[in-house]
Design a protein around this ligand. Sequence first.
Ligand SMILES: [Zn+2]
Length: 168
Amino acid sequence: MREFSSKRSVDEALIAIVENDSCSVDAIQVVTGCTFGKGNLIFKDYGKHVYTFINRETRDALRISLNSSVNLEHMDPTWSRLRRKVTSGSATSVEQQDFRKRADIIAEKLMNMSEEDLFTVTHIDIADVPKKAQIFRSVTCQKCGELVSEHRVRLENGEKVCIPCSAG
Ligand SMILES: [Zn+2]
C-alpha cells in the first residue's frame, strides 16, 4: 500500500476493488480516498478479505489477500464465542468486559505482526482497468414509480422495472 499511495497523483487514478463489505472497507475509504461516490471503489460480493488496488495511470495492480492463518476465530475461540453473545445481546456485563479485553489482546497481536505474516501481496495483470465513473440516466420503475438507474432496470413483459419489483 505504501509503495502505491506514493504514486498517487490524483485521487481518481487509484481504484480499489474490495471483495467484502466489512468495516475494513471503511478504513480503505479513509486511507485511499476511494469511495463509491467517486466511482473508484468497486464492491464484489465474494465474502473474501481480498483487496485489489489499481493505479489507472501506470496500470500497476496490487492484490492484497489476508492470510488464512489470520483467522480470529482460531486465534481466540473464546473471543469468537463471546462475540456471538455480545452481538446477539445475550452477554452478561462480565462477558462483555472479557470480550473487550480479549479484543484488545487480539488487536495488539495483529498490530505486532509483520505485513508478510498478515497478507499475501502480489502484483497482478489487470486485463481491463475499470472505466471512470459513468453517469447513468434515471428512469421510472413502472411498478413502484420510483427512480432507478437505467443500467439496473429489468425488462418484464415489456415494462421497465427496478430489481426489487422484478420477479427475479
Ligand atoms: Zn420498482
